[in-house]
Design a protein around this ligand. Sequence first.
Ligand code: ZN
Length: 76
Amino acid sequence: MKFVIVLVVILVVLWLARSGSRRVTRDRPKTPLAPHEDMVACSQCGLHLPRSEAVPGRGGVFCSDAHRAEFERAHP
Ligand SMILES: [Zn+2]
């Protein structure tokens, strides 16, 4: 009988801890979303990346200098 009471107490404590932590997550202010930025595709591999991180080159934009060089070598 003692074991059942201890088990019930443990379950109640766990339930309170879970509902308490859930309340904390709900009250936490939402992290602001990053401002919208255009996505572009690398002309060499098709990888999508933010325009600000793209490397411009002949024939489009690229994910890296290596892909720009590869593309420009293949399309003289
Ligand atoms: Zn690429």
